[in-house]
Design a binder for this molecule. Structure first.
Ligand SMILES: [Zn+2]
Length: 204
């Protein structure tokens, strides 16, 4: 036997019936529908049984040490997903093949830098024009950039000094070498800094 309107009880209606809230405006219509609907009566009985069984379950209250015991079993990943420098070095030097690869890369990098410096020293005339052009261009860009912001402060005289300094190929080569060394040093320092948190144990 179904409801005259064709619509069965909604969740809110069941809530009102199960809580026994007779003051709710939903209560009287819900009761009226329930009297003529077997399906909703069965649904109400099922929900009532479920609630009774849930309420009969023992209350689970873990001990204070529970969270610590759980965290002891949790394997926290490396926050930066980076191995320490020592581990990387050990892995790199582990096999003969990787040792050769590291040597080749090191030789290529250092050799290229040395060859660049040597060639620059051995061919001052050939580099001179390029160096002068690069130096002039660099100092011109630098000058334009500085003038844009500090037009009222910076005066002309040291432009000639800067141009003369950058125009020397040896100084350019040494400058690039120095910048490269500082960059590599910074990378190594960064790796060490990021590897430090790995040593610490996880805390709750
Ligand atoms: Zn119904």
């Amino acid at each position: 036997m179904t409801s005259p309107s064709g619509a069965h009880l909604a969740f809110d209606d069941f809530d009102v019936l199960l809580s026994g809230d007779a003051e709710s405006p939903l209560h009287a219509p819900a009761e009226a529908h329930l009297a003529g609907c077997n399906q909703c009566r069965a649904e109400l009985a099922a929900q009532s049984t479920l609630i009774a069984r849930l309420e009969s379950l023992p209350f689970f209250s873990p001990s204070l040490a529970f969270s610590d015991l759980v965290l002891q079993r949790v394997a926290l990943p490396d926050p930066f997903a980076l191995r320490s420098l020592a581990t990387s070095r050990k892995r790199l030097l582990a096999s003969r093949r990787s040792l050769v690869a590291v040597s080749v890369v090191l030789c290529a990098v250092v050799g290229t830098m040395l060859a660049s410096v040597m060639w620059t020293l051995a061919n001052p005339d050939a580099v001179s024009s390029v160096g002068t052009w690069a130096g002039n261009t660099a100092s011109q860009w630098l000058w334009v950039a500085i003038r844009g912001g500090f037009a009222n402060i910076v005066e002309q005289p040291w432009l000639g000094t800067a141009q003369a300094w950058f125009a020397t190929p040896l100084r350019l080569a040494l400058l690039s070498l120095g910048i490269t060394l500082i960059y590599v040093g910074g990378l190594v320092a960064l790796r060490r800094l990021m590897a430090l948190p790995r040593a610490g144990a996880a805390h709750a």
